[in-house]
Design a protein around this ligand. Structure first.
Ligand SMILES: NC(=O)c1ccc[n+]([C@@H]2O[C@H](COP(=O)([O-])OP(=O)(O)OC[C@H]3O[C@@H](n4cnc5c(N)ncnc54)[C@H](O)[C@@H]3O)[C@@H](O)[C@H]2O)c1
Length: 96
């Protein structure tokens, strides 16, 4: 039986995605951390512990993304919230 809400967060291994993952996890949500970066992803999931999974995914690849949704539902039964956040942030100066 479903007991908690589930968030699927792309780009969840770092930055804003990670901040949202931590915030929701602290409120009892299940977290599916979906990211290319398996080093950070597995580290974060080890830190969050129960009710979190890391799914190595490239969001530019449709099949890879479908698999991430399927694995999340297989583990947590449902998805209540998707944060489509993965991407490459510009690192240059704002005025450049
Ligand atoms: N930080 C900003 O000021 C800012 C401003 C505008 C937009 N954004 C956007 O917000 C999002 C998050 O920004 P952030 O600063 O937290 O960045 P970040 O670099 O800290 O985190 C982005 C995460 O996305 C992952 N990622 C990148 N490409 C991926 C792919 N193809 N598949 C799966 N995962 C992938 C990275 O591994 C990383 O963990 C990005 O999409 C960025 O472009 C950020």
């Amino acid at each position: 039986m479903k007991t908690a809400k589930t968030a699927l967060i792309t780009g969840g291994a770092s930055g804003m995605g990670l901040a949202v993952a931590r915030a929701l996890h602290s409120k009892g949500w299940n977290i599916a951390l979906v990211d290319l970066d398996s080093t950070n992803g597995t580290k974060v999931v080890a830190e969050l512990g129960l009710n979190s999974i890391f799914i190595e995914t490239d969001v530019t690849d449709y099949a890879s993304q479908v698999l991430a949704f399927e694995k999340t539902v297989a583990r947590f039964l449902d998805i209540d919230f998707v944060f489509a956040n993965a991407g490459i942030a510009g690192r240059g100066g704002f005025y450049d």
